[in-house]
Design a protein around this ligand. Structure first.
Ligand code: AMP
Ligand code: MG
Length: 332
C-alpha cells in the first residue's frame, strides 16, 4: 500500500525518537539495529560489534567507506582483553590516566574482532567513553559498541541529539538523549609503532596533557604520513557553506562587501555591515569552552543560508591545536 497522505508523511518524518529510555536502547541494540548515543566527545552511531547487520547499517546510514574503521567502546578496562591481543605498558599507563575519557588507543586486535570493524587491519581502536548514560548502557549490554560519529560522512560532527535528528530523522529509530557533549570534539587517537606511542589524531586531550603522562610522542596527524589512521582525510567535518580560515577576520571581510557572511571567532565580537551573524567560541578565551562549542557554532552558521563562513584561527596550543586542525579540515 502507498502511504501518501500528508499525515502519514509527517509521521514518517518524525520517526526518530529522542529519549532517555536506556531499556528501549538496549532492546534496539539487542535486535541488531543501531542507536545514536551520547558521549563526552560527540554523539556516536552505535551498534553491536559482533552483529554484521548492525555494523553494515552504521556504514550505510553514514555513507562511510568500508575502509574507514570504527572505534570500539567498552565500559571497563577489564574488558580490554576481549578486544585486543596485546596491551603494551605505555598503552596501559595512558588508559589508566585518561579512561573513561576522550582517548582512543589503537592496539593489536584479537582474532574474533570482525574485519568490518577494523577495515581489515590487524589493529583495533578502543576507548572507554566518559558519559554516565552511555557507561550505564554499555554495562547492561553483553557486547561492546562500535560507534563512529553520528553524522553523514564528511559532515560536521553532532554535539547534541537535535543535530543527530537533523541528519538521520528518516533512517534511525532512536537517539539516546544525553545533553550537549561536554568536550565537543573527537577523541585523541594514539597507536603504537615498534612499541612506541604515535599520535594519529589531535582531539579532546591536548598533546601537552599526553606528554605529561608518557613524555614526548611522535605526531602523525595527517593522512599523507598517517596511513595507519585511514579516517584522517584532509577534507572532513565540512559545513555545506563555503568556509574560510583566516588570521585577520576584520580585514578579510572587507574584501567581500556584497556577501552575506557568518563569522566564527575565538573570543571577540566583530561589527561589519555584511556580517549577519557572529558565533563567539569563548568570550573569556578559554580553549576548552571553545572546543566544546565549535561544532554547535558551525552547525548554527551552516543553517543560516550564508554566502560564506569566515573562521578565525585560534591560539595554536593545547586544545587550540585540535580546534585549528578541525577548522583546517572544514575549509579544505
Ligand atoms: P571516528 O570517525 O571519530 O569514529 O574515528 C574513527 C577513526 O579512528 C578512523 O577514522 C581512524 O582514523 C581511526 N581508527 C579506527 N580504527 C583504526 C585502526 N584499526 N587502525 C588505525 N586507525 C583506526
Ligand atoms: Mg567521524
Amino acid at each position: 500500500m502507498q502511504l501518501q497522505s500528508p499525515l502519514i508523511n509527517t509521521i514518517i518524518k518524525t520517526m526518530t525518537i529522542i529519549s532517555k529510555d536506556i531499556v528501549k536502547a538496549i532492546e534496539i541494540l539487542n535486535n541488531d539495529d543501531v542507536v545514536a548515543i551520547p558521549t563526552e566527545t560527540v554523539y556516536g552511531l552505535a551498534g553491536n560489534i559482533y552483529s554484521e547487520k548492525a555494523i553494515k547499517k552504521i556504514f550505510q546510514v553514514k555513507q562511510r567507506p568500508l575502509f574507514n574503521p570504527l572505534i570500539v567502546h567498552i565500559h571497563s578496562i577489564k574488558k580490554i582483553h576481549d578486544i585486543v591481543s596485546e596491551f603494551p605498558d605505555k598503552a596501559e599507563i595512558l588508559a589508566n590516566a585518561f579512561w573513561p575519557g576522550p582517548l582512543t588507543l589503537i592496539l593489536k586486535k584479537k582474532s574474533n574482532i570482525p574485519d568490518l570493524i577494523t577495515g581489515g587491519k590487524d589493529t583495533v581502536a578502543v576507548r572507554i567513553p566518559n558519559h554516565p548514560i552511555t557507561l550505564s548502557l554499555l554495562k547492561q549490554l553483553s557486547f561492546p559498541l562500535a560507534a563512529p560519529s553520528a553524522n553523514p560522512f564528511n559532515r560536521i560532527s553532532p554535539t547534541s541529539s537535535l543535530h543527530v535528528e537533523d541528519y538521520f530523522k528518516n533512517t534511525i529509530s532512536m537517539v539516546l538523549e544525553g545533553g550537549e557533549c561536554k568536550n565537543g570534539i573527537e577523541s585523541t587517537i594514539i597507536g603504537f609503532e615498534n612499541n612506541e606511542p604515535v599520535l594519529y589524531r589531535l582531539g579532546s586531550i591536548s598533546i601537552e596533557d599526553i606528554i605529561n603522562v608518557i613524555g614526548q610522542i611522535k605526531i602523525k596527524n595527517n593522512k599523507e604520513i598517517a596511513p595507519n589512521a585511514p579516517g584522517m582525510l584532509a577534507k572532513h567535518y565540512a559545513p555545506k557553506t563555503k568556509t574560510y580560515l583566516v588570521n585577520d577576520v576584520e580585514n578579510f571581510v572587507k574584501n567581500y562587501q556584497n556577501k552575506k557572511i557568518g563569522i566564527l571567532r575565538f573570543s571577540e565580537d566583530i561589527h561589519s555591515i555584511n556580517v549577519v551573524h557572529v558565533e563567539i567560541l569563548s568570550k573569556t578565551g578559554d580553549l576548552k569552552e571553545a572546543a566544546s562549542r565549535l561544532y554547535n557554532s558551525l552547525h548554527k552558521l551552516d543553517n543560516l543560508n550564508l554566502d560564506m563562513i569566515v573562521a578565525e584561527i585560534v591560539p595554536d596550543f593545547g586544545l587550540g591545536k585540535s580546534i585549528n586542525d578541525r577548522l583546517e579540515r572544514a575549509t579544505k
